[in-house]
Design a protein around this ligand. Sequence first.
Ligand SMILES: NC(=O)c1ccc[n+]([C@@H]2O[C@H](COP(=O)([O-])OP(=O)(O)OC[C@H]3O[C@@H](n4cnc5c(N)ncnc54)[C@H](OP(=O)(O)O)[C@@H]3O)[C@@H](O)[C@H]2O)c1
Length: 257
Amino acid sequence: MGSSISFPEVEISPERTYLITGGNSGIGYIAAREIARMGGHVIIACRNMVKADAAIKRMQEEYEEHLTSKQSPADISELKKLNIEKMELDLASFASTQRFIETFKARNCALDVLICNAGVVTDKEITEDNHELMLQVNFLSHFIITVHLLPILLKCGEDSRVMSMFWLNRHLKDKSVSIISLHPGFVDTQMTRQNIYSKYFVSGFAKKAVDGGATTIKAAVDPNLQGQSDIYLDLCKIKSPSSLSRLVKNCSMRESQ
Ligand SMILES: NC(=O)c1ccc[n+]([C@@H]2O[C@H](COP(=O)([O-])OP(=O)(O)OC[C@H]3O[C@@H](n4cnc5c(N)ncnc54)[C@H](OP(=O)(O)O)[C@@H]3O)[C@@H](O)[C@H]2O)c1
């Protein structure tokens, strides 16, 4: 992995819980696997439980293969079971999103980092709630989850984080939780392979998912980002958001004055 897109390998306390939406595939899969390897408790929130089970099994197998290729048989005997579990969540349905929130709250478990990762790229599909599918999956349902789980995040000590692929900062910036927006780059995943516009460019230009996950992992685990808020990570580097999003932010600040 090149130095420009690397994340720090840290030891994570097993007490820290990372919730990743869409952790069964692509960038979310890599982030879930690497955070669990570092020791964190990971929950992947997925719409398809069969895919979720298969992903968890594969993460464990890849972890074991990785260790066997690097270590002596003595070290391998200490091989741990990754602490990853699944929960059901269909972001295209407000009913499912609400059920997920209630189930999560009922567990009474901690939440240190919420990674709003799941997403789709579609054209004009409409959900059962009468919203454009991409808007509901990528933005609205994540926003609802964030607002409902924020009290749990706020209770979880000094380093709680919410990460999103696009927005959020201006809505939550006064809270004592780090809000990190990020862009992973152009990454070879099921999303880019299936999209009618991007699929022709994937083989020549896209990063492998294993590198594309680096920005998400850095945002989730880098100790240097503790306490920072309203930041934007692009390919693992803190950058200024585009002029268009700065314009939206300025408009919103003027509205609130
Ligand atoms: N790849 C890129 O170049 C790129 C660039 C910029 C931003 N991003 C963002 O990165 C994030 C991850 O995307 P990816 O590239 O890793 O694509 P991906 O491999 O297609 O992963 C997307 C994940 O979202 C899940 N998902 C889709 N609809 C869902 C729903 N209704 N409810 C719950 N989960 C749902 C998918 O589940 P299923 O497996 O069941 O479909 C999958 O786990 C997305 O937010 C995307 O917008 C990606």
